[in-house]
Design a protein around this ligand. Structure first.
Ligand code: AR6
Length: 173
């Protein structure tokens, strides 16, 4: 599914965040220590190789809502932007912390002259954020940040399951 807001392409795909060959940057739903983990972080670190964890180590730990940038190593992407999402029911206020992830990742991408960036559904796996609520936060934040962007031309959301894809693409359209 594709649309545009303020001249920026907004895309929604079903697939694997570690296989987005045409994106300059991908976003990691990281853990605080920026280590290999499960879900998105596991897929990204496995595809990137050990060099990614090594580069990330001095930047850890990060706080909920924060974003840091690294190289892509063996990934097809030049950069990885690592965000720590809130743990639902624990890190509060969770909607503001999740919005900070999307906002900070986009602003960091903008600072690094990145033209295309792909996001997973941060916090909606191991961290337990309900997908519908997380979608609303992401869409609201994207709409708020997009008018400030000059370098980013494409923002893609990559959803793992058909159900999540349907929710996200409905919200975007
Ligand atoms: N590509 C795209 N989406 C995926 C992929 C993939 N390869 N794998 C899972 N998802 P999660 P979180 C979806 O748990 O909730 C890790 O262990 C998944 O279905 O990766 O922010 C870290 O080490 C879900 O909808 O991230 C942290 O400790 C969404 O991506 C912790 O989990 C996010 O799931 C972070 O938890």
């Amino acid at each position: 599914m594709k649309t545009s807001i303020h001249g920026i392409n907004i895309e929604c795909y079903r697939g694997d965040i570690a296989s987005q060959h045409d994106m300059t940057a991908i976003v990691n739903a990281a853990n605080a220590q920026l280590r290999i983990g499960g879900g998105v972080a596991g897929a990204i670190h496995r595809a990137a190789g050990y060099g990614l964890e090594k580069e990330c180590r001095p930047m850890a730990p990060i706080n909920p809502g924060e974003a840091v940038i690294s190289g892509g190593h063996n990934l097809p992407n030049k950069y990885v932007i690592h965000c720590l999402g809130p743990v639902y029911g624990k890190d509060k206020p969770e909607d503001k912390l999740l919005a900070n992830c999307y906002r900070n990742a986009l602003l960091l991408a903008e600072e690094n002259n990145i033209d295309s960036i792909a996001f997973p559904a941060i916090s909606t796996g191991a961290f337990g954020y309900p997908i519908k609520e997380a979608t609303d936060v992401a869409v609201k934040t994207i709409k708020e940040v997009v008018p400030k962007l000059k370098n980013i031309k494409t923002i893609r959301f990559v959803l793992f399951s058909q159900e999540d894809y349907d929710i996200w693409s409905n919200a975007l359209s």
